[in-house]
Ligand binder design. Sequence first.
Ligand SMILES: *Cc1c(COP(=O)(O)O)cnc(C)c1O
Length: 372
Amino acid sequence: MSDLDSIIIPPELMPSDGRFGSGPALVRRAGVDRLAAVAGTYLGTSHRREGVRRVVRSIRTGLADLYELPNSYDIVLGVGGATMFWEVAAHSLIAHKSQHVSIGEFSEKFTAVVATMPHLDDPAVIAAPPGSATIPVADDTVDTYALIHNETSTGVLAPLVRPNDGDAVLLVDGTSAAGAVRVDSGVFDVYYFSPQKAFGSEGGLWIALCSPAAVDRIERMASERSIPPMASLQIALENSRQDQTYNTPSLTTLFLLSDQIDWLTAQGGLAWAEQRARSSSGIVYGWAEASSYATPFVTDAAIRSPTVTTVDLDESVAAEDVVSVLAANGIVDVLGYRKLGHNQLRIATFPNVDPADIERLTSAIDYVVSRR
Ligand SMILES: *Cc1c(COP(=O)(O)O)cnc(C)c1O
């Protein structure tokens, strides 16, 4: 094998931005510049005062517009990201028993959190192998269904289906789809996400779009059991309605999220974002299908993610080698999800990524493979 360190990707094959990670993901320079411009009066000021509350308000109204939510929906924010939200849901949404669609690492993690909760029954699991998807099954012994929109560990966009039920609430982890894929508000009671993926902000925050049925459940749980304050959606709801969070949030995360929502809205909203992600991901899948050494990991084209693409490489081409040459050239974070254990590249095609850069990336990968 030739010396990998000596491979230099020609400038005409280099993307204008080398960040293709699935989260934290490419943050728009314009947002960072706007943050720098207001830093002296914004960063380091109280989140209980108007300067920060105005940003939270613009996130809440901006998301309501972007998702075309009915007025009766609430937009709730809290500190800790989607991982914290699993604990929040286990305390503030699941009454006794939940059913989880489990199709990869992130959906499994929520199930595992619920399984540790002494006040809940063991969760029911509807599982499908990595790279595939499945749907929930109507079950009158469960009061909560947990779905995932985009399984970030495998690159699957799962169908969102509400089983025919009574008063069960349906929760959707939207983390790596939110900000890039449209979703009908009628299908969920809670659509929650962290903003450092398709929304191109920073981490540490969770956002939950909540239907009136979800708010009813939140109020019922708050009156029926004692809940640690950080896991209380009732407290988060009261604070969010005041454009605040219960404890101190990252003001950078809030600002960049608000800026991203404004930008997406000006471009044409989620329809535009999804079309852009689909053109980028289409380039990756088309390239892999035509390639002699790469193939899309997800065999069913209908569930291939528009935002997180996964591509298996022939065993003669070590993904780790390709990734290390790319990184030495400034193209980062394209190794597959480690626990999946495939010889795989994972390339995020979020709206912040320019499709022309995805085109250059695939050429750069071909170049590296041919020189190695
Ligand atoms: C990244 C991710 C999470 C975890 O988000 P954190 O902000 O790290 O807590 C949860 N679910 C999905 C689908 C993810 O992609």
